[in-house]
Write a protein that binds this ligand. Sequence first.
Ligand SMILES: [Zn+2]
Length: 187
Amino acid sequence: MPPPVKDRFCSFCGTAYAEPLAYPRTCPNATCKVTVWANPIPVSVVLVPVRSEQGTGLLVVRRGIEPRKGMLALVGGFLEEHETWQVGGAREVAEEVGVTVDATKLTPLWFTSTEPRPNRVLLFSVAPTLERASLAAFTPSTESQERGVIHGPQGLEDVFAFPLHIQAARKWFESQGLTGPHRFTPV
Ligand SMILES: [Zn+2]
């Protein structure tokens, strides 16, 4: 069986689109003629600083699912239809690592498109700093194998899943004057 292809048929009237398939696609049915687009999708990613006797680092999750299963990532995900980037980002932090952040207190850090395909727009923001001792207990899940804090900007390529998360983390470390090799602490 050939791999499934998205949007082969008009979702309004069921008419097949003409080959070759490209976006935007306009329905050939003269009484329908609806056009669909494949717009880039926003992803809200929240940097959560966590302070302990070891200093302040960033909350990360060890991915339990592909892509880059087993590597570390900042916490975030796709927005739902009714969500602002703030509300969606805070929800992802709660779902993935069981940490409560105040959606009204997220501040924008950086936004960027993915490469080479710019089919996602990553919206990086920073949450207010949390105390390590205030974090609720973490329960691993299929999606999130481990919760931790990463200290230090150097060598993140060895442990982080996504280059743009490394860039965002480094922007934050630089803004805090934090240098040195990375260290991971489970929390
Ligand atoms: Zn149609």
